[in-house]
Design a protein around this ligand. Structure first.
Ligand code: SF4
Length: 360
């Protein structure tokens, strides 16, 4: 494999990873290339209702809820057989059906659960637990209609190595991220960042603007510098998620919903199961019913940016930025994976898109 250096000369992949620091990180992350994800809506119920929630948009919220344990068991056996090695349990609130989450864990031992954190998930379900935060407690009360959210979330997951808090930036909570990060740092808990990505047809106040994207990027960079042990993120994450263009335009989304190819990668293996245990290829991505033009979602980027290894293997700087992104993604999503020090501490622009799509 050969790429272009910034000066335009050809650089072989072997030359890129000849650097011992790059090679070490490459060897570390490539051990996880076996991961193949699918996502599962666990229940159509939630104990809160947030403005702009992607779950309560589109058709998926109306799927009949199947809580039959034997049918979930059969689904997980079949998923494992077709090569799925990572389960993402989401929509609407998985903690309300922890017995179903346990069945998933028993069959596919690597995975993550997206939760609002108000109801603790039993410790024996050893998935990464992603706890959503939308601002300080005053803002959460306004947007999520729930009081004292952060303190309840922190108490529920105190000293729990499964947990990581996921702060969703909107145009209105940018400054509050510092206060939330400080509180988590004081308790030795970790945080990563998400971007509000508008559901299809959403024209409400949470949609980002060019000004809010810029301010969000600055806040992320400040928190990354000030709380390196608390914040799991990288400078390339900031570039990828706060650019004026969304993830699809930057990296060509590989989820089935935007990718007609069934030959390789996510287009071949990814499914998004609804609560009736059915899936629809035309709607399948990790955040269905999100407006693709506005998609900067952290879960989307974890797959879309990570899948573009070949595109980033053009020079040491760009490949190192990609390695930082993958190292961050694994630390956020995989239990026990420890994030390394970022290789790049400044913004690197994404490489030009290519017609040829390759995947891990
Ligand atoms: S919403 Fe995001 S992840 Fe889903 S298909 Fe669109 S660009 Fe891809």
């Amino acid at each position: 494999m050969a790429g272009q250096t910034t000066s335009g000369t050809s650089l072989k992949f072997a030359d890129i990873i000849a650097d011992p620091v790059i090679r070490e990180r490459w060897e570390k992350v490539r051990q996880y290339f076996f991961l193949r994800e699918s996502t599962y809506d666990m229940t159509n119920r939630c104990n809160i209702r947030c403005e702009g929630c992607y779950y309560y948009n589109g058709e998926k919220q109306f799927a009949k809820e199947n809580s039959n344990e034997e049918e979930w068991r059969q689904l997980m056996v079949a998923e494992k057989e077709r090569g799925i090695t990572f389960a993402v349990l989401a929509g609407a609130e998985p903690s309300l059906v922890s017995r179903l989450c346990r069945i998933c864990y028993e069959h596919i031992p690597l995975g993550a659960i997206a939760t609002n954190g108000l109801k603790p998930i039993p410790l024996d379900i050893d998935y990464r637990i992603h706890i959503s935060v939308w601002g300080n407690d005053r803002t959460s009360k306004e947007i999520r209609k729930a009081g004292d959210m952060l303190v309840r979330q922190m108490d529920n997951y105190r000293d729990d190595p499964r947990s990581i808090f996921v702060y969703t930036f909107t145009p209105h909570n940018i400054d509050e991220a510092r206060q939330v990060t400080e509180r988590l740092a004081d308790r030795g808990q970790q945080i990563t960042f998400n971007m509000f990505s508008a559901p299809v047809g959403y024209e409400g106040p949470l949609r980002h603007t060019s000004e809010s994207l810029l301010r969000t990027g600055e806040m992320m960079a400040g928190l990354l510098a000030d709380y390196p042990r608390t914040v799991l993120f990288s400078h390339y994450n900031i570039v990828a998620h706060t650019s004026g263009t969304g993830l699809h335009d930057l990296f060509s989304c590989t989820y089935p919903r935007m990718n007609p190819s069934t030959a390789i990668g996510l287009g071949r293996s990814f499914r998004q199961y609804r609560t009736d245990l059915k899936w629809d290829r035309d709607a399948a991505c990790c955040v269905p019913d999100t407006d693709c033009d506005d998609c900067r979602h952290y879960a989307a980027g974890s797959a879309v940016v990570t899948a573009r290894m070949y595109r980033h293997a053009v020079n040491r700087e760009t490949f190192s930025a990609w390695l930082d992104y993958v190292d961050t993604y694994l630390a956020v999503w995989v239990r026990g994976y420890k994030k390394g020090v970022n290789l790049i501490d400044y913004p690197v622009q994404p490489p030009e898109s290519q017609e040829t799509q390759k995947s891990l």
